[in-house]
Structures are given as C-alpha cells and as structure tokens.
Design a protein around this ligand. Sequence first.
Ligand SMILES: CCCCCCCCCC/C=C\CCCCCC(=O)SCCNC(=O)CCNC(=O)[C@H](O)C(C)(C)COP(=O)(O)OP(=O)(O)OC[C@H]1O[C@@H](n2cnc3c(N)ncnc32)[C@H](O)[C@@H]1OP(=O)(O)O
Ligand SMILES: Cc1cc2nc3c(=O)[nH]c(=O)nc-3n(C[C@H](O)[C@H](O)[C@H](O)COP(=O)(O)OP(=O)(O)OC[C@H]3O[C@@H](n4cnc5c(N)ncnc54)[C@H](O)[C@@H]3O)c2cc1C
Length: 667
Amino acid sequence: MSFLNKEICDGDNPDLTEERRTATFDTDRMAQVIYGSEKFAARRRQITKSISRIPALQDTKPLAFMTREEKITEACRELDVLSDHWEQLIYVNDEEEALHLHREVIGMEGHPFALHETMFIPTLVSQASDEQQEKWLGRARKREIIGCYAQTELGHGSNLRKLETTATYSPSTQEFILHTPTITALKWWPGALGKSSNYAIVMADLVIKNKSYGPHPFIVQLRDEKTHQPLPGITVGDIGPKMAFNGADNGFLGFDHFRIPRGNLLMRHNRVEPDGSYLKPPHAKIGYSSMVKVRSRMAMDQGLFMAQALVIAVRYSAVRRQGFLEDKSQEVKVLDYQTQQHRLFPSIARVYAFIFCGLETIQLYEKLILDVNKNGDTSGMADLHSLTSGLKSVVTHFTGQGIEQARMACGGHGYSMASYISEIYGVAVAGCTYEGENMVMLLQCARALVKAVELVEEGHPEKLSPMMAYLTKPSVTVDLTVGPEAYVKIFQLIAKKQAFKATEQLHKFMVAGDSRDVAWNKSAVELTKASRLHTRLYILKTFIRRVESITDISVKAALTDLLNLHLNYELLDVASYALADGIMSSTQMDFIKNQLYSSLEKIRPNAVSLMDSFQFSDLQLRSVLGRRDGHVYQNLFEWAKSSPLNQSEVLPSVTQYLKPMMEKSKL
Ligand SMILES: CCCCCCCCCC/C=C\CCCCCC(=O)SCCNC(=O)CCNC(=O)[C@H](O)C(C)(C)COP(=O)(O)OP(=O)(O)OC[C@H]1O[C@@H](n2cnc3c(N)ncnc32)[C@H](O)[C@@H]1OP(=O)(O)O
Ligand SMILES: Cc1cc2nc3c(=O)[nH]c(=O)nc-3n(C[C@H](O)[C@H](O)[C@H](O)COP(=O)(O)OP(=O)(O)OC[C@H]3O[C@@H](n4cnc5c(N)ncnc54)[C@H](O)[C@@H]3O)c2cc1C
C-alpha cells in the first residue's frame, strides 16, 4: 500500500506553505546574519545546489537501519566521492566551506576526517615550525595522510598534568622514545584513531635527563602508508560502540618503546636541541591551543545542532494537528499551543544567541593564533581560555536541554529514529564531556573570575579585562521598561553578587585554615554558579550587540522579538538569585512573565521561517519529520516499510521460538 501518490505530495504541505507566507522577513537575508556574511550564506546555498547535482551523494539506505560498519563504510564512500569533486564544490583550504560540505553530505555521526580537519591540521598550523609545516601540512591538506588528536588516556582525560604516556629524549640517537608504561596510560577516546588514521598528534609527557616537562605535542606515524598495518611497537584499535557518533572509530593506542625522530616534537613555540637542552615556550599552556580552537567553535557547532533539532520540531509542529481551540470544525496546529511555543521558542532564541557568540569566538581564536605565531604575543590567551571554557559548558548544557525539549515537542514520533532527534541529541551531548568536562571547564572559568574579584578587593579595578568590568558596577534600581540595557544591568548585578559570594566563601574556608585547593573544592558549586552567570551575561550582551548591528529592518524586527524573549526568559530563569538578593521585586517578576508570554505570540508567525533561515537541506537534516515539504505521514509510512524487519512477513525469531512456544502452550 502506498499513500505517496503524486496528488498528495505535489508541492509542500499547505500548512507549511501558509506558515512561510506569514513570515515578516526574507529568509535569505536572515541566513546572512546567521552565517556571518552575505558571501558565505550564498556560498552555502551554492554548495548545497552542487551537491544535489551529484547522484552518488543523494540519500541511500536510512542511517537508522545501518550497522556501525555500514555507517563507517558509507561515510568513507561519501568522502571518496567528495574528494573527486572537492575542487569544483568548495574553495580548497576554506575551513568553513569544508565543514559545511561534511555536515551536509556525511552528517554528524562522525567520519574518518572529523579530527583531521578539526584538530590534526589546526595543531600543525598552531604548533609546528615552518619547516615542520612544510613537511606535513601540505600532505595533510591534500589528504595524503589522515590524522587525529591523541591526548586522553584510559586513566586521565581532565587532568592533563597526570598523562602517563612518556616521550623520553635520547641524545645519542636524537630520538624520542614513546612508551605506554601502564594500562591506564593507553590513549583512549581519540576520534578516528581506531581504524582510519595513519598519523596522530600524540600528547605525551616530555622527559629529558629524567626531568619531566609536562605534556607536549608530537607528530607520530601510526600505520604503514602502503599497507595501513600498525607499525611495530604500536597497538591500536576501536573502543567499541558509543551512545551516538558511531560513524566515528574512536580508538585506543599504546606504544612499546616506539622511536620517533627529534624533529617530530612540534617545535613552533618550544625546542629540544640535539644535546637535550630545552627551550621554554612563551606561555606555559601554549601546547593546549588546539583544545581552545575546538572550544572556540563549540558555540557555533552546538548552536547548529540545536538548530537542526528545532527545524524538525517547528516544522512538524506546524503540520501536526491535534485538539481544538475556538474553532471546533478544525483541529489546531500544535504550534498554536502556548505550552508548545514555550517549549520551543526560548531554544530558538538561544540558537541565535549561541551562533552569534560562535561567530565572535571563532574570530577571536583566529586573531589569537595570528598574534602568537606572527608576534609571539600570548597576552590574549588567558581571556580566551576562560571565555571559551565557560561558553562550551553553558552552551552544551542548554543545547542538550533544548534538543530534548524538541524531541518531546514531537510527541511519539519524536521518539522514533525517523525524527533523527535522538541522534542529534546523542552527538550534541558528547560536547558536555569532550574538550573538557563541563564542571572542570566551569571551574577554569571560575579561576579567572576569582582573580578578578580579588583585584577589585585589593583596589586594582583598572587591571580588569573588559569582560570583567561589570564586577565594579554599583547596585542600582532598574526600570525594566527602558529596554535591553536594563536587563543587562540586572544580570550584571546578579552575576557580580554571585562571583563575590563564591569568592568570599573560598576566602572564608582559607582563613579557617583550609588550603586553597581544599577551600576551592568546598566552594566549587558556588563557583560554577558564578561561572554560569558570568557566561550567560556574555551571551546576552553578544545577542544585543549583534541585533543592534543589523541593517535590514525586517530581519532586525524579527530578531528583536527573539531577543526580547531571550532577555525575559533568561532573567526569569535566574530570578531566584535576584529575589534572594533583593535585586528584583515580585512586581518586576510579573512584568517579565507578561513580556515573555507576549513575545511568544509575536514570534509565532515567524517561527517556521526563523528555522527555515538556517537553510539546512533535507540531505543534511536526515529527518522524516523535518523535511522541507512537510509530508510527514506519507514519508513516515514509507520509512517504516523500509525497515529490515519488514522485508519478510514472518521473521526467523517467530518460526524458531514464538511459534514452537505457542504450540507448546496449546498442549
Ligand atoms: C549542523 C551542525 C553540524 C556541526 C558539525 C560540527 C562537527 C563537530 C563535531 C566534532 C566532532 C568531534 C570533536 C570531538 C573533539 C574532541 C576532542 C577532545 O576531546 S581532545 C581532549 C580534550 N581534553 C580536554 O579538554 C582536557 C581538559 N583539561 C584541560 O584542558 C586542562 O587539564 C585544564 C585546563 C583543566 C587544567 O590544566 P593544567 O595544566 O592542570 O592547568 P591549571 O589548572 O594548573 O592552570 C594553570 C593556569 O593555566 C591556565 N590555563 C589552562 N589552560 C589554558 C589554556 N588553554 N590557555 C590559557 N591558559 C590556560 C589556567 O587558567 C591557570 O591559570 P591561572 O592564572 O593560574 O588561574
Ligand atoms: C565523543 C567523544 C570524543 C572524544 N574525542 C577525543 C579526541 O579526539 N581526542 C582526545 O584526546 N580525547 C577525546 N575525548 C575524550 C574527552 O576529551 C575526555 O573524555 C574529557 O576531556 C573528559 O575527561 P575524562 O573522561 O577524564 O572525565 P573525568 O575527568 O574522569 O570526569 C568524571 C567526573 O569527574 C569530575 N571531575 C574530574 N576532575 C574534576 C575536578 N578537577 N574538579 C571537579 N570535578 C572533576 C567531572 O566533572 C566528571 O563529573 C572524546 C570524548 C568523547 C566522549
């Protein structure tokens, strides 16, 4: 039986067409704001169009029905097709275009080049000397070799100072000897390490003449370039299936006194001379730059994950009709329910806010690397580290929440893998863990906050970085009706109070005799709260700044509605702090609530177009519920019919067990 007849499916679902007609702005113009420029938004569309013309890149069997091996093989097949068309699809070496291409064609479930592009090449760019770049960077960019980033070990991920893999320098042979002394020293988790990569950046403890210099990056060949067999002295493999991200072969790696030449220590910022003398880098943590790079991307990448889930949920909510409001002759779109709007729209606002932050932090990282590589200027490192530590933690947490709400907003069908939301969720929440576990990174952000509070207390507010300047703001009474700046002021007061309270608690324990580390641990929950508020303030301010800078009037108006929703929702979410400290009254709380509800109504007519503006193709969305044409029911039925279980009427499990069991029961 097929309901996919042409009449029903010609054109888009009329409910979605109606939604698109009511939009008050142009989605191409909105895409320019989302993707940071008219040029890149247009290039994305052009790339999407070119992809749609390559038959070998169109949908094959749904991913949900594939085994892990099939997923990996399929990703590799697509990579091979892409490499044949690379130069006609994108500008070679344009990172953003390459990322878009991968996202659209291969999706988010991981692939052998995921770490090559995101960490291997960036580490060579930031850590390898010019000579070393000449040797490896060109080959990596041409994809003659595949690399990954091997840092985390079975026993240690967060505490890098305790990594156990050693790289011991031998002056007599001018080699480093890589060794895995214990089981816990096995590298464990690196993406694409298990089966695909033939090279890795390995973070190992540099040891010279029995002295440890801490983790340093080395480039290491893992496999023979012709046979792909692991080199003697190397044990490498896949760590097995994960919650999601199963197109990636996250791996393990061990070394048995494996020798690499001296020139394989990445030496842009530090050196080991032939005689074993060590030249220090200009900043102790410069070797961590690749992590900062990925963290600086995470607000954008996580924003895009949440956007995908919301495109699906919002489109589906405009097609799904259930229950009645005033008109009893026709059921309403579930998107008309206030609870549905409250479930989805604040996340739409967060998506935009996160993406605006991402645009900013990606640029900050690029600037930092230029400053460091060209002028040896490391002065921006501390600020970017604390900013991206807080941001990755806050953004991943809210993205997980937002995606889960999107799933629930799709009712039963959200739970089906046809929606694809479970996969998006599984991939996105990995970000709470990778690139620094969220609590650990919030505490990194707190280090900077506490230092700033201490500067204020010591009478040196002039030494504060601009991001911390709010810590000196006096308490004021605020009239919320004056607009965004009033919300910022209240948020600043809340964040400031919490930063001072957490620091005060830390100092109190220290005065009572605890060491700083113990006092820190006793204050850790309060410190993480301060970091979250500090980061949410940054997000809020970035959102305001970005909206203010928009020139297209209708785009600006639509985003102003979203910004107002964000301001009210965020302030309400932290209202307990404001009430406890007498910063806000209950009358102001009521005002905020009413503003919030009226924002939901204002956003409603633009909801579908706010999500269409992301211009994800159906290929990228991989969702039966979220397709642009909105033909949900027909496609769900087709999708279910393609399940391997439906390829025969009677399964072997029935003939082998259920039938005999029922027969036995009759006796
Ligand atoms: C549609 C959408 C599609 C989107 C698709 C996008 C694709 C995205 C998918 C990507 C797929 C996969 C990506 C997965 C990648 C995952 C890769 C990894 O996970 S790699 C491993 C990451 N590991 C970590 O992050 C480890 C976390 N730990 C640390 O970073 C450190 O141990 C620490 C920072 C927690 C502590 O370091 P330590 O050396 O012990 O330092 P101290 O705590 O003592 O601090 C001393 C001092 O240094 C400062 N510091 C620390 N780090 C930095 C830094 N990077 N830069 C500058 N300064 C730094 C720290 O703040 C302290 O300063 P003080 O002034 O003393 O306070
Ligand atoms: C999908 C995925 C991909 C990954 N890809 C890579 C990769 O490509 N390369 C790579 O090298 N690694 C990779 N990793 C590893 C990842 O970076 C680590 O898992 C991550 O840094 C967390 O470290 P951990 O596993 O040691 O967690 P742990 O530190 O063991 O965390 C366990 C708990 O302890 C708490 N905790 C730990 N330390 C502290 C502290 N100081 N204060 C308070 N609480 C603390 C944490 O908050 C957490 O609740 C990947 C991981 C995942 C899930």
